[in-house]
Design a binder for this molecule. Structure first.
Ligand code: DAH
Length: 345
């Protein structure tokens, strides 16, 4: 009786070893037969109770051997079938066929404009500083000399995090000024690109998210003239060597005096007229001399140091450069829109 059972197990092992398959279907049949939930090795285990005690160990070892044989055989059959498939596919390839079209990625218009601005400023010694989009109100407002009751702090304008009165989505990249000034000593010369958020109704002209590039220069004896020259250089690099700028007095809590910079687009073309609302001047950025309060808030001695800062909106430049009429397109990531842009950098 026991001998017959031993023999059956040996035969099963031999059958496994003798199996040959050429197709994926046959391979699957083998798997079901020897490794599936109802495989043919299982009943052999059930025979254990008919084996006398002194031979149980020997029988157990034999069954393990059968099982392992099945597993190893399956692996080698599988490799052989896969090899065959590859062989077939290689033979099917027409090596003389012309290649398919190569898909080349393109940069987002916002990135193109942002990189351009970064390049212009890194050429004159500014380094890039990036920081968080979720800010606390100290870095976004308090340090930037924006008082508690300033309307910008209103929920209507600022996205606060759920159930928070202190944490918000930064409303401008000026928060990076506070981050940098509290962690570095002057001279400071940074440019901070990034995304900002404001609680605005989304329309063709405004969005609840957009991008800015912030600039900050703090050192001994930094003057308004230094700022003007730097911005003049920027405008000529950005808009062409003949570009004229003008600075209009303005107000920002973090700068004193403050200004807005316009570049001259002219009124000759219809496009320029539309863009500048008939004035010829396009508003490009806000700027000013860093308010001494801001320096002191960040533990920088305002008797010894002074600085200038500026903030450039990116979307407006991108829309103007590429003739984009609706700001929403910039954020929809419709491939038909974003694949149109090509950049030098
Ligand atoms: N933070 C201002 C805004 O979001 C832009 C700005 C104006 C930044 C003047 C500056 C600055 O650094 O000096 O509208």
């Amino acid at each position: 009786m026991a001998d017959a059972i031993f023999q059956k197990a040996e035969e099963t092992k031999q059958k496994i070893l003798d199996t040959e398959v050429t197709t994926a279907e046959q391979l699957e049949a083998f798997r079901i037969q020897y490794l599936g939930t109802k495989n043919q090795i299982k009943p052999l285990f059930a025979e254990m109770r008919n084996i006398p005690n002194e031979r149980k160990k020997e029988y157990g070892q034999l069954l393990n051997d059968v099982k392992q044989t099945a597993e190893q055989k399956f692996d080698s059959l599988k490799a052989a079938v896969a090899g065959d498939v590859t062989q077939q596919t290689v033979a099917d390839i027409d090596m003389t066929a012309p290649p398919g079209e190569l898909m080349v990625g393109s940069r987002h218009p916002v990135s193109i404009v942002m990189n351009r601005i970064i390049n212009i400023f890194t050429k004159i010694g500014f380094t890039v500083a990036e920081d968080r989009e979720i800010e606390d109100d100290w870095h976004n407002f308090t340090a930037m000399n924006t008082p508690e009751d300033h309307p910008a702090r209103d929920m209507q304008d600022t996205f606060y995090l759920k159930d928070s009165t202190t944490h918000l989505l930064r409303t401008h990249t000026s928060s990076v000024q506070a981050r940098v000034m509290t962690s570095q000593k002057p001279p400071i010369r940074i440019i901070a690109p990034g995304r900002v958020y404001r609680n605005e109704t989304i329309s063709a002209r405004s969005h609840c998210q957009f991008h800015q590039v912030e600039g900050l220069y703090v050192d001994e004896k930094v003057s308004f003239a230094d700022m003007k020259q730097t911005l003049d250089y920027f405008a000529r690099e950005m808009y062409g060597p003949e570009t004229k700028i003008r600075l209009r007095p303005s107000f920002f809590p973090f700068t004193e005096p403050s200004a807005e910079m316009d570049v001259w687009m002219g009124t000759k073309t219809e496009e320029a007229k539309k863009l500048t609302k008939g004035t010829g001047w396009l508003e490009v950025l806000g700027c000013g001399i860093v308010d001494p309060n801001v320096l002191e808030n960040c533990n920088i001695d305002s008797d010894k140091y002074s600085g200038f800062a500026f903030g450039i909106g990116i979307e407006r430049s991108a829309m103007q450069k590429y003739g984009i009429s609706d700001i929403r397109m910039i954020f929809e990531n419709d491939i038909r829109f974003i694949s149109q842009f090509r950049s030098e950098i």
